[in-house]
Design a binder for this molecule. Structure first.
Ligand code: ZN
Length: 425
């Protein structure tokens, strides 16, 4: 097969082109639908490579019967031998004449992010001596990973400003080929940012006065076409720092989305945008104080509640058994109340069940003047129902499906009477 002509190498602004089908193969059958790969003698479709995703678009052709056909291209991949495969849902015969049409909105967006990455990587290298170790162009944001430690916010602002100044200067972006030897001497002299491990001539892409880089991707003609660059976030990753950024219309969309969120916050907090951090800090501190207050009130309530229960339920046969089913008390309050009541009232056993959750929670606790083992009693009663739970000798807890709660309560009350009587007090 003759060598594939990659049209995007010479002209990254080529949106449509004539070509001939050079090879066709069936890839797989997913959900009963055939997927086909088509190789062309020449293509302007960019295959996923170097962090830049593939182009989409369509192939126009005329069937042997004379009908016009439009075949969408779902993805474009390059194999190890350097062949570029266009993924389609309909096969075309070898030798068929087609016209390729690139989804230009998608490609131009990719060129804005990718060219912006060249500029950003060059700026990080020049300003912070931080080389880029990888690049990823995502669906909504792009990232570069920088070698080295963290980047201070003021450095990020400086680099973002420098990039946008160079964008505003609309500097030309040019491309040329150099021999491997020439490229290597440029790399050694610090005149080339990166050189891939491959033989043959090297494609050099230069942004005037800031960056020269070996790259096989698609680039804009001048920095002004990047349209603007916005840094979004940084995070630590295993090999350095990940910087998230957006260029062109993505930057506008990101800023628009931020503005919408800010607008919601100004209205919800009745605060001007600049006052939002202080308003949020006030809310946090109010919430913390409220939580502390709530906990204090719950403890006070539990003390009063315990005192009332100790009066309501009398000691009979040297045992006060407080068996309560709460519908609207949370399990945490039940535990608090159980511990306050058994600490304050002697000869007392509490069996509290909270139905506010499914499964229901259960607490079995006793005052310290008894010696039987609540943990063992609860464990035995639960195991009769095929459930697990337990605890210490004076305080045990578990969970039980609501449906099994009545049976568990009955068996625990009986077990408590037996254990307390057995102590012969
Ligand atoms: Zn590039």
């Amino acid at each position: 097969m003759p060598a594939l002509e990659r049209l995007y190498y010479a002209d990254s602004f080529l949106q449509s082109f004539p070509a001939v089908v050079a090879d066709v193969r069936e890839l797989s059958r997913a959900d009963g639908e055939s997927v086909w790969q088509i190789a062309l003698d020449r293509t302007a479709f960019y295959p996923t490579s170097g962090g830049q995703p593939f182009d989409t678009g369509l192939l126009r052709t005329v069937s042997p019967g004379g009908a016009s056909l439009e075949i969408p291209i779902d993805s474009v991949e390059e194999d190890d031998s350097g062949q570029v495969w266009h993924f389609v849902r309909k096969p075309l015969p070898i030798g068929a004449k087609v016209e390729g049409h690139i989804d230009w909105q998608r490609r131009f967006d990719h060129m804005q992010q990718h060219t912006g990455q060249h500029l950003l990587s060059a700026a990080f290298l020049r300003e912070l001596h931080a080389p880029t170790v990888s690049f990823h162009l995502g669906e909504s944001v792009s990232t570069i990973d920088l070698a080295g430690g963290s980047v201070a916010p003021h450095s990020l602002e400086r680099i973002e400003r420098l990039c946008n100044e160079i964008i505003a200067e609309d500097r030309p972006i040019s491309m040329r080929y150099a021999s491997r030897a020439e490229a290597e001497s440029m790399l050694a002299a610090g005149e080339l940012r990166k050189l891939p491990e491959r033989s043959g001539d090297i494609r050099l892409v230069e942004i005037e006065g800031i960056d020269r880089n070996a790259c096989g991707g698609t680039h804009l003609r001048s920095t002004g076409q990047i349209g603007g660059l916005l840094l979004r976030a940084t995070e630590k990753v295993s090999r350095g720092v990940r910087v998230t950024f957006v260029c062109g219309l993505r930057a506008v969309r990101a800023a628009r989305a931020d503005a919408a969120i800010l607008s919601q916050l100004t209205s919800a907090l009745s605060a001007a945008p600049a006052d939002i951090p202080a308003a949020v800090e006030r809310l946090r501190s109010d919430a913390k104080a409220s939580l502390k207050d709530r906990q204090r009130l719950r403890e006070e309530l539990a003390d009063y509640h315990a005192a009332r229960l100790a009066v309501e339920v009398q000691i009979e046969n040297r045992l006060r058994i407080v068996d309560r089913l709460w519908k609207d008390r949370d399990p945490e309050y039940c535990r608090l109340l159980a511990s306050r009541l058994t600490a304050a009232a002697p000869s007392t056993v509490v069996l509290f069940c909270s139905e506010s959750t499914e499964p229901a929670s259960i607490v079995l606790a006793r005052s310290l003047d008894f010696s039987f083992d609540c943990g063992r009693l609860l464990k035995e009663a639960l195991s009769q129902l095929g459930l697990r739970g337990g605890g210490s000798a004076d305080f045990a807890q578990g969970e039980v499906p609501l449906q099994q709660l009545p049976a568990l309560r009955a068996s625990l009350v009986a077990a408590v009477h037996k254990a307390a009587t057995g102590e012969g007090r």
